[in-house]
Ligand binder design. Structure first.
Ligand code: ADP
Length: 610
């Protein structure tokens, strides 16, 4: 229920929409009901069922009151008048016109109310999707390694969709059907209290059966949603790893895995559909059963003249009663489909509620400039339980270049990730300008930094937009300047539309070196005082490495940089080289010192010389 209300709240602001909706829905129901109320007078007049006193009663106009009875009396009055003047055939025509008119009005109002509902529904889904997207982009980096990407994707697309088709669609049922049921019941009570009381007693049976079905549905819905997100993960992995899959002839393995999961998903869905589809025929059967019981009981009353209803009244009563059952059926169908939506809703809210472990402290201060340096003070770090960095002491002074080298898995990238505060150290502090990162405004901290990683992160957009990514107000000139420094200008001009060329998904239309130079141009344009280069040239062939290395050298001029390098030749001139192994600093110093030391650094150098 809490989840449901939370979803509904996304429809805000309701303002005048809800009252408008209720008025339209109410009028729709009332005009719908009018048709049935008119049936009794029609029968009575056309088939001459009225006695002389009754005929007398309707000669004068009935006194006005707001009731079903008034409408009926009014209709009797006009019908009798009409019949006197135009005969039975004319009366029939008159009734037909009235019926068509009231059906027209009923549908007009129904239409208006449906439109309002659609607005609310669209709004719920739009706001929900925005909210989830917003949260996702704010979540800390660690979240994305813990959760599978496919799962997140599936929540953002399928689950939001599910909320749309089930929960949002249930709005109609929630608001309208109860109104219908109440108005119809009031009418029925009015027609025959005794009979209606009797029927009210039978209804809870229907409710009991429906709630049992609902309980069972919820479990399957969870299973189904989880299976679907595993499917999406598989698809995502296959798409991004298609080369490897083909190269290793692993197509069958992947296909098997997929088809197994797909089978399971289908099975769960069928079993869920079995229950869901059972809900509606069951309630229909029960409905007919109830009508049959009323027919027996009420018919008896009428036949023995014990009821306030006469034959045509009873007939009308039954017709109106049968109109109550569809709303009940709708309600039961909605309840069962809402279960699926609620499971999805919960999965969506799991993301919305995911704790933001990296966030601004309440008294965070902005960093405006970078003058002193960065200081790792006895920093340790662990991913969950695995210790990755132990007791790191390191100073990166302004204007200096510090290189991190060492065997892979040693913790270099992790150390670099701590500087923009992608993670917080588990022990110790990182100080920038003498202040712990935790006390700094995150946005201002990150605005000091440019990051270039091994895999260039580009977006399916134009070259211009990819370069101007971190600086939305950059003009053509700025972008071109940055591209020139990054050795990218020439090849950009050779592309089809120059700076306006779309580079495809993740930059697929460019070579590795070109992608990397665009990433560097992006960093140059941002012009940050601090640079973090994580194996920026490792993925390149030596030809493009040269171009990229040149670009990097241009980029690093007059900046403070932390460089992770696999190719040691590129960092020989660093102010300090730090060798990290198994999370600890084992050697540090300049290139020549370290070679003389004859330790790990020298060993790494010799290995590369081979
Ligand atoms: P390097 O950059 O020196 O190759 P990393 O910093 O990437 O080393 O990794 C250091 C250690 O941390 C490795 O043992 C790796 O398995 C582990 N590790 C890296 N990222 C994560 C993560 N997101 N969750 C858990 N462990 C991780």
């Amino acid at each position: 229920m809490k989840t449901y209300l939370r979803i509904i709240r996304y429809a805000a602001p309701l303002g005048s929409l809800l009252p408008q909706y209720l008025v339209f829905a109410f009028l729709g129901v009332v005009f719908g009901l009018t048709n049935f109320i008119l049936l009794q007078p029609l029968f009575d007049v056309i088939f001459e069922q009225l006695g002389p006193e009754e005929l007398q009663k309707y000669v004068a106009l009935p006194p006005f009151e707001l009731s079903v009875e008034y409408v009926k009396d009014l209709f009797y009055h006009y019908l009798i008048e009409f019949e006197k003047e135009y005969g039975k055939f004319g009366t029939l025509g008159y009734v037909c016109v009235v019926i068509v008119l009231s059906v027209f009005l009923a549908n007009l109002f129904r239409y208006a109310s449906e439109v309002i509902l659609s607005i609310l529904k669209a709004r719920i889904v739009k706001n929900l999707r925005n909210d989830v997207f917003d949260r996702i982009s704010r979540l800390h980096i660690g979240y994305f390694t813990q959760e599978r990407k496919g799962d997140i994707l599936s929540r953002l697309t399928n689950d939001v969709q599910e909320v749309e088709v089930s929960v949002a669609s249930s709005l109609k049922v929630i608001f309208k059907e109860p109104v219908t049921v109440i108005i119809y019941f009031v009418t029925l009570f009015y027609m025959s209290t005794q009979l209606t009381l009797f029927t009210v007693i039978v209804l809870p049976v229907l409710g009991g059966i429906i709630s049992e079905i609902v309980r069972r549905l919820k479990k399957s819905a969870t299973e189904s949603q989880e299976s679907l997100s595993r499917l999406v993960t598989l698809i995502d992995e296959t798409l991004s790893g298609i080369r490897i899959i083909k190269a290793f002839n692993a197509r069958e393995y992947v296909a098997n895995k997929f088809s197994k999961e797909n089978d399971f998903y289908a099975k769960v869905n069928v079993s869920m559909a079995r229950r869901r589809e059972a809900a509606s025929p069951m309630s229909q059967l029960l409905g007919v059963l109830i009508v049959a019981v009323i027919l027996m009981y009420g018919g008896n009353l009428v036949l023995n003249n014990e009821s306030s209803l006469d034959a045509s009244g009873f007939f009308t009563y039954l017709i109106i009663y049968s109109q109550i059952l569809p709303p009940f059926k709708e309600i039961s169908r909605a309840i069962s489909s809402v279960q699926r939506g609620l499971v999805s809703g919960q999965r969506v809210f799991d993301i919305v509620d995911a704790e933001r472990t990296i966030k601004n402290s309440p008294n965070a201060t902005e960093v405006k400039s970078f003058e002193k340096g960065i200081h790792f003070n006895k920093v340790s770090f662990a991913y969950e339980d695995v210790d990755v960095l132990k007791n790191i002491d390191l100073k990166v002074e302004k204007g200096k270049m510090v290189a991190l080298v060492g065997p892979s898995g040693g913790g270099k990238s992790t150390l670099a990730d701590l500087i923009p505060r992608f993670y917080d150290p588990t022990e110790g502090d990182i100080l920038l300008e003498g202040k712990p990162l935790r006390d700094l405004d995150i946005e201002s901290l990150r605005s000091l930094m440019g990051i270039v990683t091994q895999e260039s992160i580009l977006f399916n957009d134009t070259i211009f937009n990819n370069i101007a990514f971190g600086k939305p107000n950059a003009n053509q000139n700025d972008v071109e300047e940055a591209a020139k420094i990054a050795n990218a200008h020439d090849f950009i001009l050779q592309t089809e539309n120059g700076y306006e060329t779309n580079i495809g998904d993740r930059g697929a239309k460019l070579s590795g070196g070109q992608r990397q130079r665009i990433s560097i141009a992006r960093a140059i344009l941002k012009n940050p005082p601090i640079l973090i280069l994580d194996e920026a040239t490792s993925a390149l062939d030596s030809e493009s490495e040269k171009l990229v290395q040149e670009a990097l050298t241009n980029l690093m001029k007059n900046r403070t940089s932390v460089v992770i390098a696999h190719r040691l030749s590129t960092i020989q001139h660093a102010d300090e080289i730090v060798v990290i192994q198994k999370g600890k600093i084992i050697e540090r110093g300049g290139h020549i010192d370290l070679i003389e030391k004859n330790g790990m650094y020298k060993k790494l150098n010799e290995m590369q010389a081979l």
